[in-house]
Design a protein around this ligand. Structure first.
Ligand SMILES: C[S@@+](CC[C@H](N)C(=O)[O-])C[C@H]1O[C@@H](n2cnc3c(N)ncnc32)[C@H](O)[C@@H]1O
Length: 203
């Protein structure tokens, strides 16, 4: 039987996220699908309701093996670039043939995206416990033009740490962004995990 990585991934502080995703890549899709992974579809559906031009280019930040891009593709977004820190995950994303461009970068370096290059950025299952640090939230928001959209999720493990939502609230409070969608729902239902999904419009 394949090793379950879902048991390890949220063990904050004990894991090296890149090593974990390198080992998990081959069985990631199977394991998260078996656990009913639905946050990508929830974000894709919510974005579809908000975005009028579906030909708009999207950056799927932390694209992994491409499950988030596939969900966007299924609701009609066909112009998607992917960026991630794991070669192994991105190698599998490439096989899905849905991304226009795919790129891997070193997480200790600046995100290799020009300011205002994308009007829509998604980070599905990326920020928080088991993956990217909170700083990524502000970094991604700063890359958007005004009126650009940032769609992202925090799972239950991440929500347990109040600093994540505090950072989002602070940016709303100072008028950096407006919340255009927020809902709590299923994330990995077979693993009893939910998530908040958010779409912010940069002001
Ligand atoms: C749970 S997976 C989600 C992948 C994909 N978005 C999905 O919905 O299936 C988390 C992804 O975040 C990536 N990741 C971890 N730290 C990151 C960082 N600092 N910047 C970008 N991606 C990161 C991992 O390599 C992994 O592919």
């Amino acid at each position: 039987m394949a090793k379950s990585f879902l048991k390890d991934v949220y063990d904050v502080g004990k894991i090296d996220s890149r090593e974990l995703y390198a080992s998990w890549a081959a069985t990631y899709d199977k394991e998260v699908k078996e656990n009913g992974y639905v946050t990508p579809k929830r974000i894709a559906d919510a974005l579809k309701d908000i975005v009028s031009d579906q030909s708009e280019l999207i950056l799927d930040y932390g694209c992994g093996t491409g499950l988030s891009g596939s969900a966007l593709w299924s609701v009609g977004f066909k112009n998607i670039d992917g960026l991630d820190v794991s070669e192994e995950m991105v190698r599998l994303a490439k096989k899905k043939s849905i991304y226009r461009n795919l790129r891997v970068f070193e997480p200790s370096t600046k995100i290799p995206v020009q300011a205002e290059q994308y009007k829509i950025i998604t980070a599905v299952g990326v920020i928080g416990a088991g993956a990217a640090p909170l700083q990524v939230f502000s970094d991604l928001l700063s890359l958007l033009p005004s009126n650009g959209l940032l769609a992202f999720s925090f799972n239950d493990h991440t929500l347990k740490d109040p600093s994540y939502e505090k950072e989002v609230d602070a940016c709303l409070k100072v008028g950096k962004a407006l919340m255009v969608h927020k809902s709590y729902g299923k994330h990995l239902p077979k693993a009893n995990l939910n998530s908040n999904i958010y779409i912010l419009k940069k002001l």
